[in-house]
Design a protein. Structure first.
Length: 132
C-alpha cells in the first residue's frame, strides 16, 4: 500500500519446510533426519527510489514473527521441577527482514527480484505478488 510516492507498506507471509541431518557427537555419523515447518508474517516498510507505472526500485525493512513447529522445538526443550523433559510443541519468535535492493515489474499483479537478508530469505529471491 503506497502512503507516499516514495514510501509504501507491505507484508510478507511465508511457509517453509525445513529439514536437517542429525549427527552423532564426536563421530559426526548421521543418525537420522529432523523435519519442521516455519510460518512467518513480516510487515515491511519500503523506501522507493524509482516509481514508474510498471517498474519500482526500492529498499525495505520489516519486523514480525515466526512460528516454528517440528525440530525447532527440540532446541527449546526443558526439564521441569519433577525432572521430566517438557517439549513446548511450538515456538514463537520475533524476526526481521532487510531488503538491500528490490525491483518490481507490473501493476496489480507483479513480479519481483530482491537481494536481502533475514529469516524469510538471505541472498536473492524472485517471485510474484498481488496488490490489494
Amino acid at each position: 500500500y503506497h502512503i507516499a510516492r516514495w514510501f509504501a507498506v507491505s507484508a510478507d507471509i511465508s511457509i517453509e519446510a525445513l529439514w536437517r541431518d542429525v549427527l552423532e557427537n564426536g563421530t559426526g555419523r548421521k543418525t537420522g533426519t529432523s523435519k519442521g515447518v516455519a510460518l512467518a508474517f513480516v510487515p515491511q516498510a519500503k523506501f522507493i527510489y524509482l516509481h514508474r507505472p510498471l517498474v519500482r526500485i526500492y529498499s525495505g525493512i520489516g519486523f514480525g514473527a515466526v512460528q516454528c513447529f517440528g525440530f525447532e522445538t527440540m532446541e527449546h526443550r526443558y526439564v521441569d521441577e519433577n525432572g521430566s523433559h517438557v517439549d513446548p510443541g511450538q515456538t514463537l519468535r520475533f524476526t526481521g527482514q532487510f531488503t538491500l535492493i528490490g525491483v518490481e515489474v507490473g501493476r496489480k499483479l507483479f513480479g519481483f527480484l530482491e537481494c536481502g537478508s533475514g529469516s524469510i530469505f538471505t541472498g536473492i529471491r524472485a517471485g510474484a505478488g498481488y496488490k490489494f
